[in-house]
Ligand binder design. Structure first.
Ligand SMILES: Cc1ncc(COP(=O)(O)O)c(C=O)c1O
Length: 393
């Protein structure tokens, strides 16, 4: 048999369905409500800061674990908002987006054969991340409509084999924001079983209806065992910049930094400077930027919710992030993939089939996720096209 083939590792997972949907949307000129990236401009001042950094010749490799100015800004920002001390010298690692932060963390702190607990439905990258790091994922269901977990089911997933648990709050795709009570249950189990918590908090500022974001690292005894992952992608509407980071105990950063170094050397140097500017600037305006961001998305959420419900989708109202998970049973299709293709090709609106967030496709067979990080005109066009969709059941 030929050895000129992809590796066994790569053969174990498929291409990203989310990114594939974006390509399909382009091909069919569909309104793209699939992949979560804004179609409006990034804030002018931070674009100016990026231009300035390039002009000032910050164009060579930054220190591999992040420019000192950005690490300092990340540490100051986290401490200011959550009261947890962070040493930028030893605890912050700047990566190419939270995507790289997650895989560098998995490769840097998890060994082949370890189990990693993942809540399901999950952001699709976590599956391949587990495979690439040789870990065995143990899935714990988040049950609709509230997307809460059963405490006994969670407790049963922990064992001596568990090395880590991944938590994403505010959550993609469900819009769930984990409560203090839920986080306390997770923290207790992590401490009982000596497990590392890896939290993806990339939507921390995108919250609705007075909901608060609670970083797991703020809970008693958790900063010592938590890797907090974040990035500028969603907060500053710059998903293409590829600047993210981890905040972790120094002992774990040592592993993460080594992997990060050999994977990418570093994130784009001038954009790290602009990210530092963005964090500092948003801190100095009394958090107005963050409040406005949440308000801007709240209006879009309400608008898309109304359109989808009118069209016949059953919607799970998100408390955070910028997605709406829907139930598509009313449209009479056999499965989510078939329905999504029909939507792109015949209706001209792209979403993401629910099955891409579940280990077994059957888990998401009746679901479709839409994003609403889009201009008013884009949402208006989606509304116009969705009017053609007929309820069949
Ligand atoms: C939960 C979650 N984590 C990570 C990412 C990727 O973020 P980044 O652009 O920082 O790599 C996304 C993007 O949609 C996401 O939804």
């Amino acid at each position: 048999m030929s050895k000129v083939t992809p590796s066994l590792k790569a053969a174990q997972f498929t291409e990203s369905v989310i990114r594939e949907m974006t390509r399909l949307a382009r091909k069919h000129q569909a309104v793209n409500l699939s992949q979560g990236f804004p179609d409006f401009p990034a804030p002018a001042e931070i674009k100016a800061a990026a231009n300035q950094a390039i002009e000032h010749d910050i164009n060579q490799y930054a220190i591999t674990w992040g420019s000192p100015r950005l690490r300092e800004a990340i540490a100051v920002d986290f401490t200011r908002r959550y009261g947890v001390p962070v040493d930028p010298e030893t605890q912050v690692t700047v990566c190419c987006g939270s995507t790289e932060a997650m895989i560098s963390t998995m490769l840097g702190v998890v060994d082949p054969g370890d189990e990693v607990i993942v809540f399901e439905p999950f952001y699709e990258n976590y599956g391949p991340d587990a495979i690439l790091s040789g870990a065995t994922p143990r899935f714990v269901p988040l049950r609709e409509p509230s997307w809460s977990f059963d405490p006994d089911e969670l407790a049963a997933a922990f064992s001596d084999r568990t090395r880590a648990i991944i938590i994403n709050t505010p959550n993609n795709p469900t819009g769930k924001v984990f409560t203090r009570d839920e986080l306390q249950q997770i923290a207790k189990l992590c401490q009982q079983w000596d497990v590392i918590a890896i939290t993806d908090e990339i939507y921390e500022h995108i919250l609705y209806d007075g909901t608060s974001h609670i970083p797991l690292a703020t809970l008693d005894g958790m900063a010592e065992r938590t890797v907090t992952i974040n990035s500028v992608s969603k907060t500053f509407s710059v998903t293409g910049w590829r600047v993210g980071w981890t905040i972790s105990p120094a002992s774990l950063a040592a592993g993460i930094r080594k992997v990060h170094d050999f994977l990418t050397v570093g994130a784009p140097a001038p954009l790290q400077e602009a990210a530092a500017f963005a964090l500092k600037q948003s801190g100095s305006d009394g958090d107005d930027y963050y409040r406005n961001l949440a308000a801007h998305y709240a209006a879009r959420r309400d608008r898309l919710l109304a359109v989808l419900e009118r069209t016949g989708f059953r919607c799970y109202r998100p408390s955070g992030a910028y997605y709406i998970m829907t139930d598509i049973s009313a449209f009479g299709f056999d499965n989510d993939v078939e329905f999504t293709r029909y939507m792109v090709q015949e209706i001209g609106v792209a979403g993401v089939p629910g099955s891409s967030f579940y280990r077994e496709p059957s888990g998401g067979r009746t679901k479709l996720r839409f994003c609403f990080c889009k201009r008013d005109e884009t949402l208006a066009e989606a509304e116009r096209r969705l009017a053609k969709l007929q309820v069949r059941a």
